[in-house]
Design a protein. Structure first.
Ligand code: 4FV
Length: 247
């Protein structure tokens, strides 16, 4: 998978490319990454990439010409890639979208700054507009990093053992089960016995119950959206009976 980031601060990505699973994925050539400076596509010698908004008002807007030049050049280098503008006006990013994007050959990620980019860029030169959430950042760079991170870990072989991403939170519409590791006793707090039992079927059941309980308590909105399978319905019915007998 190829990631081309268009930004006026390409150096912001240096530490991002150089650490953890992203660094390993680059070393193993499972992803190709580059951060391109939009300023390099500005025609004037001061490499200006912003200007005052038509209609007045505060702040500046990213000029269309440097952006268009950078996007067209990136598309030429990665014709299969889809172009994404990170902005609060976009579809809100989630795990399902990450899985969709992970199936693509490449992504060209356009990072806005100032008040945003000239609308004619969003209209004519962008395949997707994606938001990482209903809040306003100073720039699209952090949003681009979040997208690269969430997509890269879904690429086969990036996470040790293909199975890892399947048990993700949200992968099956539930929050992930609780995790425990050594020591067995931490400040007097133990670990659920079943996890020490070696009974894989029982451990699987416990983990499903843990996921369902955590989702019910922390994100019941997810359960509203989820099609429950027979086992999940059985577990919820069991709790329902327990609670009913209590009241
Ligand atoms: C944003 C978001 C975001 C808007 C103006 C950058 C800022 C500034 N991007 N998801 N939320 N972008 O707030 O993606 O140009």
């Amino acid at each position: 998978m190829k990631f081309v980031v268009l930004t006026i601060f390409p150096e912001m990505f240096d530490p991002f490319w150089a650490h953890g699973i992203i660094r390993k994925a680059i070393e193993d050539q499972r992803i190709l990454t580059s951060a391109v400076n939009i300023r390099d596509y500005a025609a004037d010698r001061h490499q200006v990439t912003d200007d005052r908004p038509y209609g007045g008002g505060s702040g500046m807007v990213m000029k269309p010409e440097p952006l268009a030049g950078a996007i067209r050049d990136a598309v030429q280098r990665a014709p299969q890639a889809k172009t994404v503008l990170l902005s609060p006006q976009g579809r809100v990013f989630n795990q399902a979208m990450a899985q969709e994007l992970a199936a693509l050959e490449g992504l060209i990620l356009v990072c806005g700054r100032y008040e945003g980019v000239d609308e004619r860029i969003a209209d004519d030169l962008v395949d997707y507009e994606i938001s990482i959430g209903d809040f306003v950042l100073t720039g699209g760079e952090l949003a681009a990093m979040i997208l690269v991170d969430a997509v890269t870990r879904l690429i086969p072989g990036v996470l040790g053992g293909d199975k890892a991403a399947e048990t993700d939170s949200f992968a099956d519409g539930l929050l992930e089960h609780a995790h425990y590791t050594r020591p067995r006793d931490f400040e007097g707090r133990g670990v659920p016995e079943v996890l020490l039992s070696g009974h894989h079927r029982e451990i699987e059941n416990w983990r499903l119950e843990s996921s369902l309980m955590r989702t019910l308590l922390k994100r019941s909105d997810l359960l509203d959206k989820k099609a429950l399978n027979r086992q999940e319905v059985e577990i919820l019915n069991k709790w329902y009976r327990v609670i009913k007998n209590l009241i």
